[in-house]
Design a protein around this ligand. Structure first.
Ligand code: BGC
Length: 737
């Protein structure tokens, strides 16, 4: 029932009523999530095509071009590229596809785009989606993203990005699921499933351990021992493959000295061998050429040969395959069977995605599928559920604004691009209702909303401070919208200082000094060291880059029409010097105590500012004692941990009930806590609900240095509560038999 595309004002009106219907039906699911079963008919059609293809045409299938307005359609017509990225205009896409179908063998082209958190309707940036702790909602958001991209003629997205990262200095944490492998795996599967249901295939990126970049510096090398690779960095990729991802993107980084683009261990042995992945592997942008910079290849031919022999199938953007691959095959240095296997993988995906059998979408019909009220309603709900209420003292939130004067301070409050976030795909600024516009409308005529920017996102000058402070002094309540502008939280934006950018902190201090109640809304894509704010500002709402409907969602939450129910997908440090700081660390021989010779700092706390999983609600929750289905379990069995959760406040709210486990003694030391399940429950005031959390014993597996998985009998302790600092616990034994 895709609705009509509407202007944002009309959409905003409609949304007032539509939020509850956020899961309104999109067109029927296009593809079934999960691994595609082997299909002999497809393989036979591939055999027939391969038999007709020249070596040049085969190499063409292994090349992905980049679209720009001066793109030469001859490339598609001559079959020299098998896929293309960056085109987002439905008419341009249709013209490219038409040209490809006119090529000698009529092989259609795979069209892709970075639909990372939406196509035209933008959802919160992926770290915000992870903060929802709601895989169902994230699947629904991805389904809309897939539906819109597919309506535009795309088949594929260069996402989801599922790099676990323990380092907020790395700007790309904004694109990912945060620090935890279990949450990341749930988010990976949810996004892949949603994209497929919406009509596009996913490309899991960046394979693998890109998020472990040394010193948080983008593109830097990573050193990750085998057991950690398998326990922390690989699981989301395995989950994504099992959910039906059809391509995997090799990362820019070197992993233990071998660039991921030419890493036979991860590409050929683990991904294709162990996991039986039968889609294709694509490089990242020009990363085959970068093998030369890595010091791993001598020249373009060496780079192309090393990449394809290691298991890479398609080169994105570069010319290494175009210029050298045929020569390498003719010289016998690259076996033709490897090239044929790579081409087969690309063609298999084209068949699976229906490119040979389904009519291409009508570009004139695309607009009606974009930015529909139902997609916007999902975006609004996803944003509401992504906001993390870090603290709320003195009842500052929700705003008691009626009939009073509210000062909104901070340039980002009125900046559509900072609501949209990086990788804005086909999103448009005019689609966005900013938080300033939304608050003005929501609070109505009897409430005055004054605005002063103070400064823009970078905040390099104090020029606007005096006016902003004067506006604040005139107000009863201050809403400060500060944090990272979108371009500081994206690819290539590693930071060594993680405080509020520029002079923002000084502006904030001035606002607090007015003595008026301040609610701080933080935009951004990573945990920042907002330690001063945590001590001095009564209410802090972490809002990420909230997307097209993010301003409306902020108005919902700030005014109390909706409850904030996001939880931190990454630990928030007090100071950059604590990084890497993550909750699932190993114990030490000298845990931090008052003793000088214990594992701590002499100049800073060892604890985080806010732990992983933390987030408040406008109501409060109480937990009963967790009960176990059994105190003794055998391998293959599943423990159920049950806990009564009560809404003890006066408002409805959502709690994320989290289950952590600790393996007390192991062949290798095990982390102090590991997230193993979570459930988001909506509770009315006074309501108590029994929440059952399953813990399959197979989830207790960990890896040894040689990569072998082990589920080890012994004593375990589970912790249940509302963050990684949960204290309620119970013990069980895993016995041999
Ligand atoms: C990024 C990828 C992205 C690609 C194509 C690269 O720079 O690392 O995540 O998909 O560009 O836009």
């Amino acid at each position: 029932m895709p609705g009509l595309r509407r202007s944002w004002t009309a959409a905003a009106l409609l949304l007032g009523a539509a939020v509850a219907a956020a899961t309104a039906a999109v067109a029927e699911d296009r593809f079934k999530p999960g691994r595609f079963p082997p299909d002999p008919a497809i393989e036979a059609r591939i055999d027939a095509l391969l038999a007709k293809m020249t070596l040049a045409e085969k190499v063409g299938q292994l090349r992905q071009g980049g679209w720009s307005p001066d793109f030469d359609l001859g490339q598609a017509r001559n079959g020299v590229i098998g896929s293309l990225t960056n085109a987002d205009d439905p008419f341009a896409i249709a013209a490219i596809q038409k040209a490809a179908r006119e090529s000698r063998l009529g092989i259609p082209i795979l069209l892709t785009h970075n639909t990372v958190h939406g196509f035209r309707t933008l959802f919160p940036v992926p770290i915000g989606l992870a903060a929802t702790f709601s895989p169902d909602l994230v699947e629904e958001a991805s389904r809309w993203a897939g539906h819109e991209a597919s309506a535009a003629g795309l088949h594929w997205t260069l996402g989801p990005m599922i790099d676990v990262s323990r380092d907020p200095r790395w700007g790309r944490v904004v694109e990912g699921p945060g620090e935890d492998p279990y949450l990341a795996s749930r988010m990976a599967a949810a996004q892949v499933r949603g994209f497929l249901r919406g009509g596009i295939m996913a490309s899991l990126k960046h394979y693998v351990a890109y998020g472990a970049a040394e010193a948080g510096r983008d593109y830097n090398s990573t050193e990750v021992p085998t057991h950690l690779l398998r326990d922390v960095y690989l699981p989301p990729f395995k989950a994504g493959v099992d959910a039906g991802a059809q391509s995997v993107m090799a990362a820019f980084n070197a992993l233990n000295g071998t660039p991921a683009t030419a890493n036979a261990q991860t590409l050929r042995d683990i991904l294709k061998g162990e996991w039986g992945f039968d889609g294709f592997v694509i490089s990242d942008w020009d990363s085959v050429w970068e093998l030369i910079n890595h010091g791993h290849a001598r020249d373009p031919a060496d780079a192309a040969r090393k990449a394809i022999l290691a298991g890479l199938d398609v080169e994105m953007a570069g010319d290494m395959f175009k210029d050298t691959l045929a020569g390498e095959v003719e010289a016998g240095r690259v076996p033709l069977v490897r090239v044929d296997d790579a081409v087969r993988r690309v063609l298999r995906v084209k068949f699976r995605m229906g490119l040979f059998d389904r009519p291409d979408p009508d570009p004139a019909a695309a607009a009606a599928e974009l930015l529909t009220p139902a997609a916007l309603a999902t975006a609004r709900r996803a944003a509401q559920e992504s906001f993390v209420l870090l603290k709320n003292t003195d009842g500052v939130l929700p705003l008691a604004a009626k009939g009073r004067r509210v000062a909104v301070i901070g340039g980002m409050a009125a900046s559509p691009s900072d609501h949209m976030g990086s990788w804005g795909a086909n999103g448009r600024q005019e689609d966005v209702v900013t938080v300033l516009a939304a608050l003005r409308k929501r609070l109505g005529a009897d409430t005055t909303v004054d605005f002063a920017a103070g400064c823009d996102g970078k905040c390099e000058t104090r020029e606007g401070f005096a006016a902003a402070l004067e506006t604040a002094r005139q107000a009863d309540i201050i809403v400060a919208v500060l944090g990272e502008p979108w371009y500081m939280t994206a690819e290539g934006t590693s930071r060594t200082r993680l405080g509020l950018p520029g002079l923002q902190q000084e502006l904030l201090e001035g606002l607090v000094a007015t003595g008026k109640p301040v609610a701080l809304v933080v935009f951004g894509g990573r945990p920042m060291t907002i330690t001063w704010a945590a001590e001095h500002v009564p209410a802090i709402l972490y809002a990420w880059s909230p997307g097209t409907a993010g301003g409306l969602a902020l108005a919902d939450v700030l005014t109390g029409d909706a409850d904030p129910s996001g939880r931190l997908p990454m630990t928030m440090p007090r100071h950059v010097g604590q990084i890497p700081i993550y909750y699932n660390h190993l114990p030490t021989g000298r845990p931090p105590t008052a003793d000088h010779y214990s594992s701590k700092y002499i100049d800073e706390e060892v604890t985080p500012l806010y732990p992983f999983g933390h987030g408040l609600s406008y109501t409060s929750f109480a937990y009963g004692q967790p009960k176990l289905s059994s105190a003794t379990l055998r391998p293959g069995e599943t423990l159920t941990v049950s806990v009564d959760v009560t809404n003890t406040g006066t408002r409805p709210g959502r709690e994320v009930v989290q289950l952590y486990v600790r393996d007390l003694v192991g062949t290798k030391s095990r982390p102090v806590r590991e997230l193993k399940n979570f459930v988001k429950v909506a509770l009315q005031p006074g309501e108590t609900r029994r929440v059952d959390l399953a813990l399959p014993m197979a989830e207790l597996a960990f890896h040894l240095d040689d990569g072998k998985a082990l589920v080890e009998p012994g004593s375990f302790r589970v912790f249940v509560g509302s963050s990684a600092a949960a204290t309620l616990s119970a013990a069980f034994e895993l016995v041999d038999r």
